[in-house]
Write a protein that binds this ligand. Sequence first.
Ligand code: C5P
Length: 236
Amino acid sequence: MSRTAALVPAAGRGERLGPGAPKALREIGGVPMLVHAVKALCSAPNIDVVVVAAPADAVEQTRALLSSVAGATDVEVVSGGETRAESVARALIALPDDVDVVLVHDAARPLIPVELVTNVVNAVRAGHRAVVPGLAVVDTIKKVDAAGIVQETVPRADLRAIQTPQGFDRALLQMAHAGVDPDALTVTDDAGLVEAMGIEVLVIPGHEDAFKVTTPSDIVLAEAILARRRAAGAVN
Ligand code: C5P
């Protein structure tokens, strides 16, 4: 039986949030963001293995934090890298052999609904080799030059804001990462690497709660969503 894994790059410093602990370890509702994310992944019925790429100086702390979260899911913690791409590559190396479908999920998206995880896995298992969740864009997007002069207004109806978890056929994701300069700061998601190989990527509906916590106001929003869920009887 082939298994499904989720890789969680969680080694970013989160400088846009201001000084403090590495971003993945900052708390939402008294619980580190990474713990929220891993709990959601472990709750998905079709995730068997989770591999977290933790900040190099917080690997043991991360293992301890996650020790009570796993349940029936295997949770491994490895040391992350200097860039997101390097963190994903390090987690890929730690994957067991019997995994054939891999999701990559940013720890900075702590409130992903379990259903979104399940939908991504199902779409990959249905035969799409690369699947990403995305939402319609609400702002008008303009392309500008270095001086801030508008070059183009991109038709909004054609745009999607892409989230994680992104799902892949394992061999494809490994091939995509094999060709990457691990220091490349321009690699912001995994599907981009697959697109560069000329492979089709499917966008499925994303979810508002899957937003990335980047700035202090995102923490306020995440706290509010969590409070609403807790009031409605959710466990985390
Ligand atoms: O930089 P950004 O906020 O887009 O990071 C997205 C995800 O990549 C976060 O979960 C972050 O922890 C992770 N990351 C990483 N290793 C790095 C940089 C970012 O695992 N060196």
